[in-house]
Write a protein that binds this ligand. Structure first.
Ligand code: GLV
Ligand code: MG
Length: 344
């Protein structure tokens, strides 16, 4: 293990020092764009105004014969006015024929405009160490003054087993997303879906009189919980990934909401219709914010005990309330109309 004093040392002469704190940013939706499609790319400045993060996707869903065009399109996105949205790119996997050109050309072409590089199929901390070193060399070569952050997709069984080590592998790590489609394949799950539940994954009530009640369970609960704890332990951000059934807005919203309640800060939007869903889910609920504000008011120094509407409040509920109010303040700072709605 690297000694603590070395953890924040630049990995190449002339590379920017690693960040000690992550930038404070809203990242409620990471909106995926296929950058090789000129028509979609032309709408990027408009789309970017509706999202927190716009992501140039170079990996899965981009045909092999369009990989070069997608990379070139991603670099063109760097010259656009993104209206304050963060610019991310999902590059191809470390063992793919496109990986090296993705990394070298994106750093050369986008430089500091690229906030975060999303790395698919991360298996363990060694993948992050490799990316960390390569990016430091490229940052030094191109004279970047701020580091490009890394986001890992958790989408292999090995990656899930190593998620704590991945989350703590480098100060460059910004967050982790659940990748339920590849993870299902890696685990040999018997599904053909991108995220969401399955009607046959359920618990049946005991046999007795009459029909037996049964309830569908969440296939992703274990992985999501493990990922959230690993991220919280290392002070980085957890995200739900993609929800592939674009037509089922209700199920998408429920899956996102479960992830939000468990601690995730955002999810991917694969289609414009999912942007509003993610904004609604990952911005705190108005009633929760108002109640959280009452908790903070009732216990101004965060200590002691108070009763509100018959519910006991102590320093643990004060801390929960602070999470919600802090998030509401960040939302209100970006969307001023929300300040009044939240009562801030
Ligand atoms: C995302 O990349 C996934 O595989 O779900
Ligand atoms: Mg995947």
């Amino acid at each position: 293990m690297k000694p603590p004093r070395h953890f924040y040392a630049p990995l190449a002469a002339g590379a920017p020092p690693p960040l000690r704190e992550l930038p404070v940013r809203l990242e409620r939706m990471i909106h995926f764009v296929p950058p090789h499609l000129e028509k979609v790319r032309a709408k990027v400045p408009e789309t970017a105004r509706q999202v927190d993060v716009i992501l140039a996707n170079l990996e899965d869903a981009i045909p092999a014969d369009a990989k070069d065009a997608a990379r070139a399109g991603a670099i063109l996105m760097g010259a656009m006015d993104l209206g304050g949205a963060s610019l991310w790119s999902r590059i191809n996997a470390l063992n793919s024929p496109w990986h090296l050109d993705d990394v070298t050309e994106l750093v050369a072409g986008l430089g500091e405009k690229l906030d975060v590089m999303m790395i698919p199929k991360v298996e363990g901390p060694w993948d992050i160490h490799y990316m960390d070193q390569l990016l430091a060399l490229l940052e030094a070569k191109h004279g970047l003054t701020k580091p490009i952050l890394l986001h890992a997709i958790l989408e292999t069984a090995q990656g899930v087993a190593n998620v704590e080590a991945i989350a703590g592998a480098s100060p460059r790590i910004q967050g982790v997303s659940l990748g339920p489609a590849d993870l299902a394949a890696s685990r040999k799950m018997k599904t053909t879906r991108v995220g969401g539940g399955h009607p046959s994954y359920r618990v049946l009530a005991d046999a007795g009189e009459g029909a037996r009640a049964s309830v569908q369970q969440d296939l992703w609960h274990y992985t999501l919980a493990k990922m959230v704890d690993a991220c919280a332990m290392h002070g980085i951000k957890p995200f739900y990934g993609p929800f592939g059934d674009i037509a089922d807005a209700e199920a998408c919203e429920q899956q996102f909401r479960n992830a939000y309640l468990m601690g995730c800060v955002g999810a991917w939007s694969l289609h414009p219709s999912q942007i509003a869903i993610a904004r609604r889910v990952f911005s705190p609920d108005v009633e929760e914010v108002r109640f959280a504000l009452r908790i903070l008011e009732a216990m101004p120094d965060g200590a002691g005990v108070a009763m509100l509407d018959g519910k006991m409040q102590d320093d643990a509920t004060w801390k929960q309330a602070k999470v919600i109010v802090d998030l509401a303040r960040r939302v209100a700072a970006k969307e001023p109309e929300m300040a009044g709605v939240y009562g801030l």
